[in-house]
Design a binder for this molecule. Sequence first.
Ligand code: C2E
Ligand code: CA
Ligand code: CA
Length: 592
Amino acid sequence: MLGDREEKQAEVREVLLVEDNLIDAQLVRRLLRRITDAYYRITHVRTLNDAVLSAEELAPDVILADLNLPDSRGTQTVSSLQTSYPDVPLVIVSAWEDEAISLRSVKAGAQDYLVKGHIDGANLHRVIRYAVERKRTELELVRLAQYDQLTSLPNRTLLRERVDRALRRATRNGTGVATLILDMDRFKEINDMLGHEVGDKLLVEAARRIRASVRDQDTVARLGGDEFAVILEGVSEAKEVLPVVERIIENLQTLRSIDGNEVTSSSSIGIAMYPDNGNDLSELLRAADLAMYRAKSSGRGCYQFFASAMQEEAQSRHALAWALRRAVDKQEFQLVYQPQLCLRTGRVIGVEALIRWMSPTRGLLTPYHFISGLEEFGLITQVGEWVLMTACEQLQRWHRMDFEPMRVGVNVSAQQFEDPMFIDKIRNALGETKLPPEFLELEVTESSLMSDAAMASSLLREIRDVGVRIAIDDFGTGYSSLMYLHEFPLNALKIDKNFVQSVGSHGRGGPISNMIIGLAQNLGLEVIAEGVETEEQLEYMRHHGCDIAQGYLYARPESTETLTPWLGAHQRVSETKIRSMPVKKQGGGTGS
Ligand code: C2E
Ligand code: CA
Ligand code: CA
């Protein structure tokens, strides 16, 4: 930077002199000619208008201008010259020795202010040099504030400025503007796996390719991280946007390697149109963002135009997120328990803990209404930990009441399974409640095991080493890979209620249940039939060798207040009589 400056001093300097008074102009010429270590080439114009009109063909290193011209006065001269020559340093040469005017000129953007009659050659020369230097620093600061350092693309600040201008132009011309948000797919993975250096290079190259996919007058900006925005002017319809979108997608898809590392650089694109989908940058970005998320969920390298339905959905998701966070804070969740009976002895061998949400606005809700929300908003591990602790606590309470020992089934969602602290949380729940581990059975689904089978296998082993039981929930509805039945240390399979409920004359449920029971027997696993509602279903399961059943026929999921007396009564009932329990007629507990 410094070397640069010293070199420049010896160069020819192009000066634009804006001065209506010919004698004053002569004076400046003479002063500049006397300077020995630089040569100044002067272009002289006499009006602001001439200066403005020359902006296209002139590229001066500095402008010397009188404030008062035939067609402009005072700071208006400064701002007009600024607009026409935004990158050129400006020195005002004025007849007035006035502190206030001088200050106003500098505030309006001039680099310096000189008073006629007080200047000599050396003085003027020095002022010009400083003005050039000051302007360069100023431009550098502007660049820092407006451009992304990594990709050199405009940042959010400059984007806002450009979009404001684009929207005004569009309103004036009756056209539209398209706002695109691009989010690179799986960037985080690449960054984590190959390191930040490769990640940075990928961003730079992606930025270059996006830039190359659009016209010069379009804006490409980096919003931060792996997110970019593209603003296309003069487009009114989706069909004018599509070719550009497709070009971007294609140019990114062909970027496959950085420094010899294999990378993917597809990106998901959301598109919002002005004026249909928003009135300013914030609204347009929000709409494009929603569309981008929708695109992302339909796979990699896809695009999606904003539709107003997304807004409503986002609002209701937003409300749900808010309500769920509050529910976690205020502990609005509770557990209900559904008994599981041994088909051979008729004894209650366990209960399944099922979560409910007592919502202050919507009443008692079943998991169907909120589990996916808890997962989406990252709350499930926290709530799951509470479920684990509460279920173990309750079971210990029942054990202390001298009921026959039972176990408790706790549902575990995929995210909990990916939580590195999960095994500690299990140990902690058992430690705190002093529940012997064999009384805890974790119910996991096939899909949560299959997303990373190797990891799941080692985690399951750790869980088994603690002594906790593992059951596959909804068996047969997921990825059903028979391989993992060998791999994973399991204790039980639960037949999904859809199969159980379609046993009987023509349903497929019968053969499938049979197959599951056979499989389990061969592998030495227990089988639990869930959702048993009729005598026929019960009989079928018992006849085909199923070990355990749970379902409305016996009991619905109930609160501890209802279930505790029921368990007390039930555990003393003789084996042959346990068919229908009084509790099933009370119903209710599911809240649905
Ligand atoms: P699931 O694990 O398959 O639980 C069995 C579901 O079947 C429960 O629904 C239960 O109330 C219902 N059910 C039991 N017997 C019958 C019956 O005879 N007929 C019919 N039609 N349904 C019966 P629920 O309580 O609504 O739970 C739904 C799902 O929510 C559960 O399915 C489980 O996947 C999830 N879930 C429940 N509690 C938790 C929890 O604490 N954590 C996590 N991660 N998931 C949970
Ligand atoms: Ca379950
Ligand atoms: Ca199930």
